[in-house]
Design a protein around this ligand. Sequence first.
Ligand code: SF4
Length: 291
Amino acid sequence: MSPKAAAKPRRSRRSKKPGVTIADAIRLLTEEYGPFENEPRLDPAHELVFTILSQHTSDRNSERAFRNLMHTFGTLETVAEAEVADIEAAISGGGLARVKAPRIKDVLGRILDLNDGSLDLHFLAEMPMDEARAWLRQLPGIGPKSAGIILSFSLGMPAMAVDTHIFRVSQRLGIIGPKVNADKAHEVLEAAMPPEDVYPFHAAFITHGRQVCKAQRPRCGECVVNYGCPSRDEEAIQQAAANAAAEQPEPATHDAADADRPDGQAPGRRRRRQESPTAVPHTQVVKELQP
Ligand code: SF4
């Protein structure tokens, strides 16, 4: 056989159809990282401002900027009346303050215009979700992800919010196709699962993207859904299996609970702890704002 014929098949020949269902992925990832609790969030207008502050910056920086904004102005109504330069100074610890300050001022002003001078957005929870989403999306700088965050986390609606981790993991697992962009992914994913699965999906996929299915070097060998992933790295899986075998020479004893695991992983495998509480990083800020 020629060396060419003996070469491993190219990855591009592999089917990109998902071999793991969304329901199984949620279940396995929740077993791995969960349970996930929908923690209390900010009220919708505060959540909206926090979402703007969290764009293109770390959780820590956005929390710092938000805390200082509220410490400086006290209420969002005062922020809405403030000079852009003063808002910029208040949020300077969060990055991109020059861009975000006028955006915050604009969005608050637009809400006041559209909502009879009020920043109370709880009325959105009474609307059909598509209408509530459309209402938010007419605001400057509010795209499908920001709208999804406000509807889902602040108002408890089953809206999808697709961040970079969720998008990447969904594409790698073949749940969304390679031609689906991030905006379209919201629609595709929301339609692909029942409303009650939206939050568990969000929490499970974002955590998996942060901890294992990383952008640069996914740890496919440690991944609990690698059995059905069309993007998996076979070498990483084999290497991880070899490492595990070297560490644990004694054959493990299967019990009934492990026997039907679709991932084929060794029983007794240690469950991974969450490094951070998924997409709800600002619990402390919420507590501080509560009367
Ligand atoms: S097998 Fe690899 S690429 Fe696929 S979901 Fe798991 S970590 Fe990501």
